[in-house]
Design a protein around this ligand. Structure first.
Ligand code: SF4
Ligand code: SF4
Length: 352
């Protein structure tokens, strides 16, 4: 494992992380974990090869994509993450030169998605990853509205159990002591995984040593209270499609006394009730869809059974018909044979 990709992952990391998690639900404030991990993306090193996209697709067992990962023509259009695409690399033209930027969940230290989720379906754990628990999710999609980076997406195509989907920072792999898939497969060292504090030091050092290459800004150090995924660049971040108007206030503070205190604040009951209504409607919808599904299955089964019986009856009729024909043929042959024998038998003279 290359050191440039993997800073500060110590032998005991897995055990330290597996131990505890914190629910990042709307009723909790949490400050992030000082020892947590993150990833530093260096846009001056990225060549837009899409190897990280391919790795992400593979490790997350996502569906095959319509355009193969070695087709770089897609870089000419602006893409965003999708329910089956947790990361995309986009190409920007700055001063007539291509600059690439990888996009995925930034795993905010104090995530807006978690802050907006009143059932606590999002968890920020000690790895630094912000994960989503589909079993708790009621499908209200407030997280999608809340995320300032427009990351969570929804499986609109799935009528039965649609899920909110996004990058997990390969949290299960991190707990096993492995690198996130994208970091492991990046051939240019544009992605470095490590403790967030170490990554900040690396970023500062690169900027200090190469002031002509980098602008003096580590994106994610402070934006929205800080993110686990951070960026350095040779061009202003707004030129590579990144919002520079977010400020440094964490999402829970922006919604302080509001989403974080949902049950206690009377003014938020409409939102809570909307959520409860959404949950009920979703369950009703699922029950209705399950009922339709069950009826359709029963009809299909009955039709299949009827078709089987009809086929068996037709086969039997065919066999009976063939047997009757055989009998008639035998009878005709027998009669012909008898007639032939009779014709060949000489006449009895006494009868003349
Ligand atoms: S980038 Fe969006 S989805 Fe990811 S942790 Fe931050 S708020 Fe949540
Ligand atoms: S694998 Fe590395 S160099 Fe290639 S597109 Fe992704 S981040 Fe850029």
């Amino acid at each position: 494992m290359k050191r440039r990709k993997f800073i500060g992952m110590l032998a005991g990391a897995g055990a330290c992380m597996a131990a505890s998690t914190a629910t990042a639900g709307g009723t909790h404030h949490f400050k992030g974990y000082p020892e947590s991990f993150g990833v530093l993306f260096d846009s001056t090193k990225c060549i837009g090869c899409r190897k990280c996209e391919a790795a992400c697709n593979k490790v997350n067992e996502l569906p095959a994509q319509p355009v193969p990962f070695d087709d770089l023509a897609v870089l000419d259009s602006r893409r965003r993450t999708h329910h089956d695409t947790f990361t995309v690399v986009n190409k920007y033209s700055v001063n007539d030169k291509p600059v690439y930027r990888k996009q995925q969940c930034n795993h905010c230290l104090e995530p807006a998605c978690a802050s907006a989720c009143f059932v606590g379906a999002f968890v920020k754990d000690k790895t630094g990853a912000v994960s989503h628990d589909a079993s708790k999710c009621v499908g209200c999609r407030y997280c999608m509205i809340a995320c300032p980076f427009e990351i969570p997406t929804y499986e609109y195509h799935d009528p039965i159990t649609p899920r909110v989907r996004k990058c997990t920072m390969c949290q299960p792999r991190i707990e096993e002591g492995k690198l996130p898939g994208c970091v492991e497969d990046c051939p240019k060292g544009a992605l470095v995984f490590g403790r967030r504090e170490d990554l900040l030091n690396i970023a500062r050092e690169r900027i200090r040593k190469h002031p002509s290459i980098y602008i003096d800004h580590i994106y994610g150090e402070r934006e929205m209270g800080g993110t686990s995924w951070m960026y350095i660049s040779g061009v202003p971040f707004e030129k590579i499609g990144m919002r520079e108007d977010l400020g440094v206030t964490p999402a829970p503070e922006l919604t302080s006394g509001a989403l974080s205190l949902v049950p206690a604040v009377v003014g938020l009951w409409p939102m809570f009730l909307t959520g409860a209504y959404a949950l009920t409607k979703r369950r009703e919808k699922i029950a209705e869809e399950e009922q339709h599904h069950a009826v359709a299955e029963a009809v299909a089964e009955a039709q299949s059974e009827a078709a089987k019986k009809a086929k068996a009856a037709m086969e039997k009729a065919e066999r009976d018909k063939q047997a009757a024909i055989d009998r008639e043929v035998k009878k005709a042959l027998k009669e012909a044979e008898e007639a032939r024998l009779k014709a060949e038998t000489p006449a009895d003279p006494s009868e003349q």
